[in-house]
Design a protein around this ligand. Structure first.
Ligand code: FAD
Length: 398
């Protein structure tokens, strides 16, 4: 069992504990981890013009995106809190922005129901046309997108769509391999947000593909085309073609409690000795942390999982910064180990996370006290085939 010394500087922490578990050398993202940085980002949030500017790509000064996603992904900002915060903005911008928050909630909801089945196609099987394969080497658009992802840990929604479309329809790689590359570098990378994005682009959710071509680049980032050596010989002049799109059914287990966790606090005769937190919910307002302010905290980096994920150091540094800030307020121990080893035979409290890993761990080691997950929308006990069908049934929690 390795306990991580949070008093070391970030570079030494990466070198001492994570060197063999990461895919790059020490690299900080453009995001600082910690509740105070999340709060500051929310306080500075200005979504004026969001509806018109959301899809802008380059130059980056023209973007309308909020850059809140890493804080939302790790629970430093709840969707509800962000939802309430934008009340004061114009209807057009507020409703567009809130719609995107609902997409985030939808991705979590879907993941709660289908879990790891999101590695399969969802409602449609898609067959590619092998004649569409294009070498990306000289393409300024793809090169610039990859460079931004690797150097900052961030992509706007548009470039995520462009990149995934290109990789799915115009490369020889399996889509999961390309999805994994993005996931490793995105500071907001989650299997729910990322895979739903890829499914949407591939058409496996909706039955309609999102094609990427020169047209989008010229519209949203013309400089990339103007400076590209392939400008007059562009290999993506048109949309890619697919061979076939056919209906399929997913086999789903609809058990509300199993999928979404408890609706009220679960207690037992014992009192917890500490709070176990994980990457899904690291904010001061995490229900277990907030309700049990005097208990020490434990966080475990899952060594085996990290070895297989091979994340960028940017992602680890962001998490370390969050944990360091927590350590200034409360007693916390951080381990690099197997969470089951650390939690076995211990009395702990935790907040339910509707993700397969949390479900697997707590099946083996049961929390003494468990808090319901925070959410924006009441769980719905149906498999939603589309965002719009889910949206119609969605009740925002007041
Ligand atoms: C292929 C692909 C992969 C993606 N991977 C991820 C991922 O790993 N993690 C992730 O959080 N989002 C992912 N998204 C969704 C979206 O692109 C990002 O949430 C968004 O770009 C984050 O930047 P922002 O906070 O500046 O967004 P803003 O436009 O400012 O949106 C505000 C918030 O709304 C939510 N949001 C916005 N757009 C979407 C969307 N299309 N789907 C779900 N939530 C949305 C996010 O929580 C975001 O922080 C992906 C989208 C695609 C097409």
């Amino acid at each position: 069992m390795a306990e991580i010394n949070l008093n070391l500087d970030n570079q030494n922490i990466i070198n001492d504990y994570f060197k063999d578990l990461t895919c790059d050398d020490y690299k900080e993202s453009i995001f600082k981890g910690g509740q105070s940085f999340a709060d500051q980002a929310l306080n500075n949030l200005d979504i004026s013009g969001y509806a018109k500017k959301r899809n802008n790509v380059y130059p980056s000064e023209k973007r309308g995106s909020s850059y809140l996603s890493p804080y939302i992904r790790h629970g430093l900002l709840s969707l509800k809190e962000v939802w309430n915060h934008v009340e004061k903005f114009k209807y057009e911008d507020k409703s567009k922005f809130r719609d995107e928050l609902l997409w985030q909630e939808f991705s979590r909801h879907l993941y709660a129901i289908i879990g790891r089945k999101n590695r399969e196609f969802l409602n449609f099987d898609i067959k590619n046309d092998p004649n569409e394969v294009v070498d990306t080497k000289k393409m300024n658009c793809i090169g610039t997108i990859e460079n931004e992802l690797e150097s900052t840990g961030y992509m706007v929604n548009q470039t995520r769509m462009w990149y995934s479309s290109h990789q799915v329809f115009r490369s020889n790689k399996n889509w999961l391999e390309s999805e994994n590359y993005m996931y490793k570098h995105l500071i907001d990378g989650s299997r729910f947000g990322n895979r739903l994005g890829w499914h949407w682009v591939m058409g496996s959710q909706t039955g309609k593909i999102y094609g990427f071509s020169k047209f989008q680049v010229q519209k949203r980032a013309p400089k990339l085309c103007n400076e590209c050596e392939l400008m007059n010989n562009c290999p993506i002049e048109n949309w890619p073609q697919v061979l076939s799109i056919t209906n399929k059914e997913l086999n789903i287990d609809l058990n509300l409690e199993k999928n979404f966790g408890p609706q009220s606090i679960q207690t037992s005769k014992d009192q917890p000795d500490f709070v176990w937190i994980n990457g899904e919910s690291l904010g001061d307002d995490d229900p277990a942390l907030a309700e049990l302010p005097n208990l020490p905290i434990i966080f475990v980096f899952d060594a085996t999982l990290l070895k297989s994920l091979n994340l960028s150091t940017k992602r680890i540094i962001f998490l370390i910064e969050i944990l360091k800030e927590i350590s200034q307020k409360r007693s916390i121990k951080v381990y690099l180990d197997d969470p089951v080893n650390i939690l076995s035979d211990k009395k702990f409290a935790s907040t339910f996370a509707p993700v397969p890993k949390y479900k697997r761990i707590t099946k083996i080691v049961k929390p003494t006290m468990e808090f319901p997950a925070k959410r924006l929308v009441e769980p719905i006990n149906v498999y939603p085939r589309s965002f719009s069908s889910w949206r119609k049934k969605a009740t925002i929690i007041s």
